[in-house]
Design a protein around this ligand. Structure first.
Ligand code: MV4
Length: 495
C-alpha cells in the first residue's frame, strides 16, 4: 500500500494520516468548501475538494470519492468513523474499483448492521444475551405473548437501529400496542426499515465495550474494555480504560465473548463489541461496531498498540504480530470529548470562531484535535472540537492529570463542555466508579458547573473595584458596579 485516501475530516482524518505517514504511506485528504483551511487538508500530501459544506454534497459522495481515488492512483481507502465507515455499499464499490477498503468485509458490515442478524450470530456462538425475540415482530398478538414471557419492562428496538434511535421502553402490557406503532414508524422514518424486536429492559446499566483486532488468517484478539457509561442522549462524553470495576475473570469472559462475535462474522480489522452490564455484573451482547471508534485512544494508551497501523497491516493481509498473552494493561487512561455545546444551556450547540485555542501538554497527555486557533467551528458537522486523553499509572493519577489538563485547555469564542468534564471528574460517583448510563440525568444540572478560574479572578477584580468605589464614595458610571458586573456576565455569555 503506497497511497491511502482518508474519507473523513477533522481530528480523525488527521489522526489516521499521522500513522500512515509514519508507515511511509502517502496520504490523500478529501474536504468540503467549509474545510478548505482545515489541518487535515494541510497535513495530507494531496487533497481533493468534494463539494459544498453539507455532508450529503461532500463527505458522503461515494462515487466522487472513488473517482478521485482512481485518478490519483490511490490503493487504499480509510473511512474513519461516521460518514461512510459502516456503509456496505461504499465498501463494496471500493473493492470493485480495485482499491483496498481499510476495514472489515462487506459481509461483516452488513451482518453487524442488522441487530437481529448480529444477535443470531451471537446466539450460535454462545455469547450472553438478554431474553428477547429472535426475529422481527410481525403482529401485536405475538408481541404481547413474548412480552408477557420476558416480563415487563421490555424494550422495543429497531433491527436497523443503533445509537438509541427507535428505542421504546414499555412498562406494562397496556402500553405495548401504542409503543409498537411509534417504534415501527420511527424505525421506518429513520432507517427505511420498520422491523423491530423486543428485549428485556435493563434499567441503568453500565455500557462496557471490548476492542477487538482480527486478521485475515482467522486470528481474533481482544484489547480489553472501555467503560463508556458517561453519556448524554446517546452521545458519549467520558470514556476510560480499563473499567474501574471489572475483575480479571470478568474481563477475560467479556474479551473471549467479544472474539467469538468477531469469529461469528469472520471479522477482519479493528472492531468494537458493545455490552450492557447490570448491577450483578452480568453482561449481555448489544451490538458490534465495525469501525475504528472515537474513543480508541484510551485503548492505545493502555496497550501501546497503534490501532490505525494495525488496521493497515491487517488490510495488507499481514498476520497480527502479537498474541493474546502478549497484551497487557499498563496504567489507566481517560478520554474527555470536548463539544462545541453550552452545558449551562441544555448543551445547545454553538458555532463561531476559536478566538483563543490552546491545548494542554506534558507527559501522559494526548490531544486529538481537528482545529486551530482562529478557525471557525462549522455548523454542518458533528460538534466535537477535540478529544483530551490522559494516561497515568493509576486511575487516581489519571483523574488528577485530567483535571490539570482541563485547567490548561484554553478555549474562548465558542461555548464548550470543558467545564462539564470537570464536573464529571470531580463527582463522587465518578471517582468511586459507582456510576451507570443514568449518571448525567441523575446528577447533572447547570448550577453544578464551576465558574472558570478567569471568571473567578474577574469576579474578585470587580469586587475589589467595588470596595474601592465604596471607600472613595465615588460612583462614576465607568467604575459603577452594575456596569462592571454586566460586562462580566457578557464575558460569561461568550464562552
Ligand atoms: C438497552 C438498554 C436497556 N435494556 N437494551 C442504547 C443505544 C443502543 N446501543 C442500546 N441502548 C440501550 N439498550 C436493553 N435491553 C439501555 C440502552 C441505553 C444505553 C446503552 C448504552 C449506553 C447508554 C445508554 C443510554 C440509554 C439507554
Amino acid at each position: 500500500m503506497k497511497k491511502v485516501l482518508v474519507a473523513n475530516r477533522g481530528e480523525i482524518a488527521l489522526r489516521i494520516m499521522r500513522s500512515l505517514k509514519e508507515m511511509g504511506i502517502k496520504t490523500v485528504a478529501v474536504y468540503s468548501e467549509a474545510d478548505r483551511k482545515a489541518p487535515h487538508v494541510r497535513f495530507a500530501d494531496e487533497a481533493v475538494l468534494l463539494g459544498p459544506p453539507p455532508s450529503s454534497e461532500s463527505y458522503l459522495l461515494i462515487d466522487k470519492i472513488i473517482e478521485a481515488s482512481k485518478k490519483l492512483g490511490v490503493d487504499g481507502i480509510h473511512p474513519g468513523y461516521g460518514f461512510l465507515s459502516e456503509n456496505g455499499i461504499f465498501a463494496e464499490k471500493v473493492k470493485e474499483a480495485g482499491i483496498t477498503f481499510i476495514g472489515p468485509s462487506v459481509k461483516a458490515i452488513e451482518m453487524m448492521g442488522n441487530k437481529l442478524a448480529a444477535k443470531k450470530a451471537a446466539l450460535e456462538y454462545d455469547v450472553p444475551m438478554l431474553p428477547g425475540t429472535p426475529d422481527a415482530i410481525k403482529d401485536k398478538k405475538e408481541a404481547e405473548k413474548i412480552a408477557a414471557k420476558i416480563g415487563f419492562p421490555v424494550l422495543i428496538k429497531a433491527a436497523a437501529g443503533g445509537g438509541g434511535k427507535g428505542m421504546r421502553v414499555v412498562q406494562k402490557a397496556e402500553e405495548l400496542s401504542e409503543q409498537m406503532d411509534r417504534a415501527v414508524s420511527e424505525a421506518q422514518a429513520s432507517f427505511g426499515d420498520g422491523s423491530v424486536f423486543l428485549e428485556k429492559y435493563v434499567a441503568a446499566p453500565k455500557h462496557i465495550e471490548i476492542q477487538v483486532l482480527s486478521d485475515s488468517h482467522g486470528n481474533h484478539l481482544y484489547l480489553f474494555e472501555r467503560e463508556c457509561s458517561i453519556q448524554r442522549r446517546h452521545q458519549k462524553v467520558v470514556e476510560e480504560a480499563p473499567s474501574a470495576i471489572l475483575t480479571p475473570e470478568k474481563r477475560k469472559q467479556m474479551g473471549e465473548a467479544a472474539t467469538r462475535i468477531a469469529r461469528a462474522c469472520e471479522y477482519t480489522g479493528a472492531g468494537t463489541v458493545e455490552f450492557l452490564m447490570d448491577e450483578n455484573q452480568d453482561f449481555f451482547f448489544l451490538e458490534m461496531n465495525t469501525r475504528l471508534q472515537v474513543e480508541h485512544p484510551v485503548t492505545e494508551m493502555i496497550t501501546g498498540v497503534d490501532l490505525v497501523k494495525e488496521q493497515v497491516r491487517i488490510a495488507r493481509g499481514e498476520k497480527l504480530s502479537f498474541m493474546q498473552d502478549d497484551l497487557k494493561i499498563t496504567g489507566h487512561a481517560i478520554e474527555l470529548r470536548i463539544y462545541a455545546e453550552d452545558p449551562s444551556n441544555n448543551f445547545l450547540p454553538d458555532i463561531g470562531k476559536l478566538h483563543t485555542y490552546r491545548t494542554p501538554d506534558g507527559p501522559g497527555i494526548r490531544v486529538d484535535s481537528g482545529y486551530e486557533e482562529g478557525m471557525d467551528i462549522p455548523v454542518y458537522y458533528d460538534p466535537m472540537i477535540a478529544k483530551l486523553s490522559v494516561h497515568a499509572n493509576t486511575r487516581e493519577e489519571a483523574l488528577a492529570k485530567m483535571l490539570r489538563a482541563i485547567d490548561d485547555y484554553k478555549i474562548e469564542g465558542v461555548r464548550n463542555t470543558l467545564s462539564f468534564g470537570k464536573f464529571v471528574m470531580k463527582h463522587e460517583a465518578f471517582i468511586s466508579g459507582k456510576f451507570d448510563t443514568g449518571f448525567v440525568p441523575k446528577y447533572f444540572t447547570a448550577d453544578k458547573l464551576e465558574e472558570s478560574i478567569e471568571d473567578g479572578m474577574l469576579a474578585a477584580a470587580i469586587l475589589s473595584a467595588h470596595i474601592k468605589n465604596i471607600s472613595k464614595s465615588s460612583s462614576s458610571s465607568k467604575n459603577n458596579v452594575a456596569t462592571q458586573s454586566s460586562a462580566w456576565s457578557k464575558r460569561r455569555e461568550k464562552r
